[in-house]
Design a protein around this ligand. Structure first.
Ligand SMILES: *Cc1c(COP(=O)(O)O)cnc(C)c1O
Length: 400
């Protein structure tokens, strides 16, 4: 991969006609070290947020040893890039063939589930050649919890509720060498209280089931920083989680896990786009809803933008974007503030696309291409660049 100092130097050197993904390895490394050093337990990287092999290697090199995978393709990918990593198959609904391959060929021992049907599937798929059940399964019951404090809900699809959890915990304990409880509060949880509420649910389920619990996994949901979404410091989340974990009725040596996706990789990537046409306050650009801007189109996510031309001198105004495909839905309403005099042929940078951005690009309508380049400047915003001081600051982040 080519190296440049920043987006401007890329535009000056290459004047790219196709979008360019800018990767910042130092930002991902810094996020990984932050979780490894400060989270009071183990941090698994949720691979779906960005499965780039380069990123997986950076996280591994900076101390992330466990990976939350959700499909057999993710199992194979991480296994091929990181032969020694511990893989945890945390999708509660899996194909039997995926479970079989993960267990027998890739050394996966940890699986999540939210129903007795899935338990039976796992037990069956992991039998040895003589048909004997596996003795080393590490199973994790996914509880449904509220997503009310998060920007993106994960509350309706997976997880058993409190009326089902105790029986499922008791039944699963019979087949598991090691039993955990997991949940997901929804992505971009804007307050640590989201985890408090969820951990109270865990407490209720465990108390009712009265089984030995070896692990509690608080899932993902740790926020990054975007315009209009500036969360409290992550240390506050860690502290509250630790305190409530500590008070649970669990084995004295029980482990605490988390599964950050977004928080580990949002700062890793940004995108250079070119304006193809301007129509009033609408810019037609060369990436969009079927590219790295899926969330900007589908859930109105506000990503930060900055112009890359020196000759744009007017104050900013709000723009909406059209992506390159022929589909009307390829539209990002924003608003995205850019200089009033921006026009066709100009470039700008869209930041914080390392999570659920670069990973979502498709080839629909022939617009999937993007070069990848490493840059060394700071991401447009950071939770980890030392600009935030505790304890007095509750909303201090650097937004450039
Ligand atoms: C998506 C997902 C994550 C990561 O969520 P973030 O909000 O990106 O931190 C973690 N665990 C599971 C089970 C997920 O589905």
């Amino acid at each position: 991969m080519q190296h440049f100092p920043d987006a401007r130097s890329v535009v000056r050197a290459l004047a790219p006609d196709e979008p360019v993904i800018l990767n910042r390895p130092h930002a991902a490394a810094r996020a990984a070290r932050f979780f490894v050093e400060k989270f009071p337990g183990r941090s698994l990287y949720a691979v779906k947020a960005n499965p780039s092999p380069d990123l997986l290697q950076i996280l591994w090199d900076n101390g992330v040893t466990h990976y939350d995978v959700a499909s057999i393709a993710e199992v194979r990918l991480v296994r091929s890039v990181l032969p020694e990593a511990t893989l945890c198959f945390m999708h509660p609904v899996k194909a039997p063939s995926a479970i079989r391959e993960a267990y027998h060929q890739h050394g996966v021992r940890t699986f999540s589930l939210d129903s007795v049907e899935e338990l039976a599937k796992i037990v069956d798929a992991c039998r040895d050649e003589a048909g004997e059940p596996a003795q080393d399964l590490r199973l994790c019951i996914r509880l449904r919890v509220s997503s009310e404090y998060s920007e993106l809900s994960l509350a309706s699809k997976f997880g058993c509720d409190l009326t089902e959890a105790p029986a499922l915990l008791q039944e699963t304990r019979q087949h598991a060498d090691w039993l955990g409880v997991c949940f997901h509060v929804g992505s971009q949880a804007m307050t640590p209280f989201a985890y408090v509420q969820a951990l109270e649910r865990v407490r209720a389920a465990i108390a009712e089931a009265s089984v030995v619990i070896d692990m509690v996994d608080v899932g993902g949901g740790f926020p990054s920083v975007y315009p209009g979404m500036e969360p409290p410091p992550l240390e506050d989340y860690f502290q509250v989680i630790h305190q409530h974990f500590y008070n649970l009725p669990i084995a004295y040596n029980a482990e605490l896990w988390c599964e950050p996706g977004r928080a580990l990789c949002a700062e890793y990537s940004s995108l250079i786009v070119k304006v193809e046409k301007r129509r009033g306050d609408e810019l037609y650009i060369n990436d969009g809803a079927y590219g790295a801007l899926f969330d900007a189109a589908h859930v109105d996510w506000k990503f930060p933008v900055r112009a890359l031309e020196d000759d744009l001198i007017k104050p900013e105004m709000d723009f909406a974007f059209y992506g390159p495909t022929c589909d009307d839905a390829d539209y990002m309403q924003g608003p995205f503030p850019l200089p009033e005099d921006i026009q066709a042929g100009d470039y700008f940078e869209i930041g914080m696309l390392g999570a659920y951005g670069a990973a979502m690009k498709t080839d629909f309508n022939g617009f999937g291409a993007a070069e990848r380049i490493i840059v060394t400047d700071e991401p447009m915003a950071s939770l980890y660049d030392g600009s935030r001081t505790r304890p007095e600051a509750d909303n201090v982040v650097s937004l450039r």
